[in-house]
Design a binder for this molecule. Structure first.
Ligand code: NAD
Length: 482
């Protein structure tokens, strides 16, 4: 049984002052596997103070020193890869392949950030001025439950590269992954206060981070609803905010695509991480001329999908993370039926033979109109809405008719044609004939899917601000030590 009751503040694990206890439940079995005691506002204030004490030292560190820190973090997190994977499966039912991928990514993002930093130039000349990219100050890093290890590590890598000490608030629903990752961060032996981690409620610890004058920057990943609260809360102290938010991504299959090859990829994009992914391609746009054939294939594939034990490599869809998630998905399946969509596979309730655990039936709806709730709202479960279109212009119009714009997918046998469609889609990322992301390229959303970008150079620059120093002609600032 897990018993998590400490926060990581000023380089030490300390018992939290908060007293609220939550049970940690394995979603595949519904068994209680531990408890977590949540930090409170006072804990958050202590963590913010510690980060502020560490900030001048980190801001003054050289590029070489930051690269060294990133390498130590990479090694420490790499050593815990298996534990992170295990926690991801145990705590929220991440399917094996996905859990392995996220646990590998947790260390890789430190390595790729160190490589990027090597070549980054913090000073440049513009006319008479020297422009210096300076760390924005102490950062609050707030993460969602569906990407605990990845969000913590990726945000932290960018913050440290920029020279920002951090207060990290993982989701209170991801305590095991947060604990394992924090132990790794501690093992890296960074100066005290550079990284602080505490688990607490959003309305309490999260709100303290969003309003405290000791925080200069918020990097948030989570729902659009919470992102709006955080942006409003940060306004009084004029915090810089990066918001990575919800999505309702469209997958556009063009009429020249090979359905046999691309439909499995489209299904993977829709059901990745048990459908609990911000980038899930949950609106599948198919040319009406190919609709009958496509629906037959989707029905056969999804009906045969293995739902069950997330540890089993043959499992396509594991349990949802919680009872609340299970209920949410049931609600949307009922909405789809009520609003007239045609059920092609799946439906309400648990799959046959699974009477315990938050398992749902992978579901496909056909005859979906883009104004139905199942096409407009982020369901966050394995529910796919298939929408027909007649020509490319209509496909683009439907794909763009959403308040969200995080990621889109285009499939075609003619790459140049697909690129033409990609250029017309309003999304932060468009993946063409692939569903794997490029993790050093900027990632983020347009419209209500977010503000700002993460990963690579753009991710680090979100923690930097340019300072202009104009001096008489001919004089230049001494270069920053390498
Ligand atoms: P959420 O918005 O409920 O919570 C995210 C985090 O914010 C948690 O740590 C939570 O405790 C905290 N929080 C809640 N209220 C707060 C407040 N008032 N002030 C400060 N912090 C607060 O999201 P979730 O359910 O944990 O995650 C799922 C959502 O995240 C989905 O909408 C998904 O699309 C989105 N997401 C987006 C990305 C992306 O990169 N765009 C990645 C993963 C998840």
């Amino acid at each position: 049984m897990w018993n998590i009751y400490q926060a990581y503040i000023d380089g030490t694990f300390v018992p939290v002052q908060g007293s609220e206890r939550l049970e940690i439940v394995n979603p595949a079995t519904e068994q209680v596997i531990g408890t977590v005691t949540l930090a409170n506002r006072d804990d958050a204030k202590r963590a913010i103070d510690a980060a502020n004490r560490a900030q001048p030292g980190l801001a003054g560190s050289t590029k070489a020193q930051r690269i060294e820190m990133l390498k130590r973090l990479e090694a420490a997190v790499l050593a815990r890869t298996d534990q992170i994977c295990e926690a991801t499966i145990e705590e929220y039912g991440g399917p094996l392949a996905r859990s392995q991928w996220v646990s590998n990514y947790a260390s890789q993002c430190f390595a790729s950030t160190a490589r990027m930093l090597q070549d980054y130039v913090f000073e440049r000349r513009l006319g008479d001025a020297t422009v210096v990219m300076e760390p924005v100050g102490v950062a609050g890093l707030i993460a969602p439950w569906n990407s605990t290890a990845g969000s913590i590590c990726s945000k932290l890598a960018s913050a440290i590269a920029a020279g920002c000490a951090s207060v990290v608030k993982p989701s209170e629903l991801g305590p095991l992954q947060a604990q394992v990752v924090t132990e790794a961060l501690h093992d890296a032996g960074l100066p005290a206060g550079v990284v602080n981690v505490l688990l607490g409620r959003g309305g309490d610890v999260g709100d303290e981070i969003s309003t405290n004058p000791g925080i200069a920057k918020i990097s948030f990943t989570g729902s659009t609803q919470t992102g709006k609260l955080i942006a409003r809360a940060g306004l009084d102290t004029m915090k810089r905010v990066s918001l990575a938010l919800s999505g309702k991504s469209a997958t556009v299959i063009l009429d020249d695509a090979d359905l046999v090859a691309v439909l499995p990829m489209a299904l993977n994009a829709a059901f990745m991480n048990n459908g609990q992914a911000c980038v899930a391609g949950t609106r599948l746009l198919i040319p009406n001329v190919h609709m009958t054939q496509a629906i037959e294939r989707l029905q056969a594939t999804v009906t045969a999908m293995r739902v069950g034990d997330p540890r089993d490599a043959a499992t396509a869809v594991g349990p949802l993370a919680s009872k609340a998630q299970f209920e949410r998905v049931q609600h949307f399946i009922r909405r789809g039926l009520a609003q007239g969509a045609t059920l092609v596979a799946g439906g309400e309730g648990r799959p046959d033979g699974l009477d315990k655990g938050w398992f749902v039936r992978p579901t496909v709806f056909a005859d979906v109109r883009n104004d139905m709730d199942i096409a407009r709202e982020e369901i966050f479960g394995p529910v796919l809405s298939v929408i027909g279109y007649d020509d490319e212009d209509e496909a683009v119009a439907i794909a763009n008719d959403s308040v969200y714009g995080l990621q889109a997918y285009v499939f075609s046998s003619q790459p140049m044609r697909a690129l033409g469609v990609a250029s017309r889609l309003r999304a932060g990322t468009v993946l063409v004939n692939r569903i794997t992301p490029e993790l050093i390229a900027p990632f983020g959303g347009v419209k209500q899917s977010g503000i700002g970008r993460e990963f690579g150079i753009f991710g680090m620059e979100a923690f930097l601000e340019p300072k202009t120093i104009a001096i008489p002609n001919g004089l230049v600032l001494p270069r920053q030590a390498a």
